[in-house]
Design a protein around this ligand. Sequence first.
Ligand SMILES: [Zn+2]
Length: 616
Amino acid sequence: MNKKALIAAAIFLSGLLHGQRRGYWQQYIDYNIQVRLNVEDNTFSGTQSIRYQNNSPDTLNTLFFHLYFNAFAPGSMMDERSQSLPDPDRRVGNRISGLKRDEIGYHRIEKLEVNGNSPAFDIQGTLMRVDLTEPIVPGAVAEVQMSYQSQVPKQIRRSGRDNKEGVEYTMTQWYPKMAEYSDRGWHTQQYVNREFFGVYGNYDVHITLDSDYVLAGTGVLQNACDLNQMVAEVYCRKEVDGLPPTEPEQTWHFRAERVHDFAWAADDDFVIQHEKIDSTDLYFVRLNSTDRESWEVMAALTVRMFELMNKEFGRYPYPQFSVIQGGDGGMEYPMCTMVLGNGAKDNPTGFMGLVVHESVHSWYYGVLGFDEQRYPWMDEGFTTYAEDVMMDMIFNEGKKINPHSSSYRSYNYLRSKGWQEPLTTPADHFSRNRSYSVGSYSMGSLYLSQLEYIVGKETLRASLRAFYQKWKFAHPGPDDLLRIIEKKSGMQLHWFSDLWTGTTQGIDYALDDVRSGGKEMTALSLKRNGDFPMPLEIRITTIHGDTRWIYVPTDLTTIPKKGNYTYAEVWPWTRVSQQALIPVPFREIQEVEIDPYGWMADTDRSNNDWTKEKEK
Ligand SMILES: [Zn+2]
């Protein structure tokens, strides 16, 4: 096919693929990156050619690139922000300000061509703006050629060399990366603290460095059989007699498809363990000195987790996933994660929680590419929600009634401190790190567990699977999930989403009084102390020990949840108190409790129950 026909076919195909997502479009990118890393002075030179397809209805006059490594130099915005926050990340603190010349990170762009022209470009901090000499019209493809000289920073946050466990290179956010352009325009946030957003496409990456090094990362290794013995045995499953002829340098060739980033790590002391489930290869890459036994336990549980995730939340679509020792805690990347590795021995359950969390990001980050500056609570929250479910399934056979209890605790702590900020705050703009983290991880998880409370577990889980299926390899927002849950439940739910993410209103219901409501009836006096309305589930326990569930609907959902309930009258949200009449004689009632299992994020549970003894 000629170029025009190829483009037409690509647009047609992407139309087919996205046909079920009416009106939705996204940009498409192919990276071809070649780098040579000098392990003596930690610099590298790179050339990359990019094929960028403008699927938007807009004519683009500029392009933007992230140069993340520029954040690791004294006086950078990351440095300044870290030093002005009341609760800076201890890993950053004021460490950037102390970096020496040979410890900072940088990218120096040496050549830039777009469709054969050499446009002007301007770099501010971690962002490069390219002013195109010829615009890129809708449907057109731009070929970008660039070359650069870069230095790997001493590891401060996520990326860099020589992490605290001695991993030499954690190469994340490491190359000039095209910013995403969506229906909201360019996503040009500086690298101040966190959260990335990228264009989906394919990566073809050649990395040349000293032959002693072993690499792991995003993508499938294309030339494993030609590399050193250990690598050939693990990746190429080939028995190798003796070492192949040793050159001083060798080139590792990776390919990754339908991902929005590419990360890798390298060390001359890496060892690799391989596991397989169905069509997915799992690799566990650690320093030889890191405790082998505890990593083997983790590997077995990770295999189990992938099986469970596939079943509960949707099938992992990539051929490979790697857990790699590197970074400064745990951080997700497409097809891999970088984790500190010694926790496996020191704190196995905590470490497993970390590996589960980062792996689950493959679903909520990797496959569903949320806008992490705008919706960090989807990215971290949905991950935390599924992580809790996985940890409960792995360690408790899924028997916990509410596996998300720690999110409720963190949320209540944040509120008690007065630090809650609306979740609509862009990720880097929260006034405290704590407000961001509890907001994103805990409140984001509670977003789902509250919806689970409102619509029921089966409906919520089925909706999450449908959401994953419909929006894979794309950038959905909260409404895209809500519409699916609304259709499956028949309920109206936007009120919940708007209040939970756009305000700091809290839920607090109280049971004021329980008394006879006439012949064979009991009257419950209910009070809404918080601004945030919710439907109520109330458990009645009789003096015979029987239980009965009462459901008090809110007008907001328009219909109640189906279930084995006795339905009380609808409680309009504008009303502060409500009487619920229930068909159980007062003399038979022993105890009444609103939401006894603590599903609702009620900020004061002390006023939720009533027992007969109390009345004496
Ligand atoms: Zn996370």
